[in-house]
Design a protein around this ligand. Sequence first.
Ligand SMILES: [Zn+2]
Length: 175
Amino acid sequence: MALLDIKFYGDPVLRKETHSVKEFDSELNRFAEDLIETMRINVGVGLAAPQVDDLRSLIVIDVSSEEDEENFEPLVLVNPDIIELSGNCVIEEGCLSIPEVRVEVERPEEIRVIYQDVKGNKKDLKCSGILARVIQHEVDHLRGRLMIDYLSSVKRDLLKSKLQKISRGEIPVGV
Ligand SMILES: [Zn+2]
């Protein structure tokens, strides 16, 4: 397994649209495993391919560190598409590409997502809570969208200097 380099806020790759995966081969499997390893080493709950400079539609999720989710196995979602949304709730989010920034974001509480696993099998998942939250955050990355896009301009202004530092490459130590 290999650790992948995480791209930070300001890198244009984080604003690009991904393309769907058509080849479900051993290279895809290895890439998914590398993403999971990179997410774990960086203590993240999710990671999307564009965050490591790859424009395939693929995300990995691991919410096993969260309450009541100890038995959770890492999920690989290829070509995910959220087809139903309901309710809404405010939860604080972080992002491995925007270190040391946490923001409250309002999003739907329950979702239904269709996707393929790493072998290409079609899956259909309904979920809520932290899992639904992380999936929505990561699927946004596949569309070039970041959690700070949800903030009011006033709140974003408060983060301006932090964000500028990150985009200049002044990444906080220890993240
Ligand atoms: Zn993120």
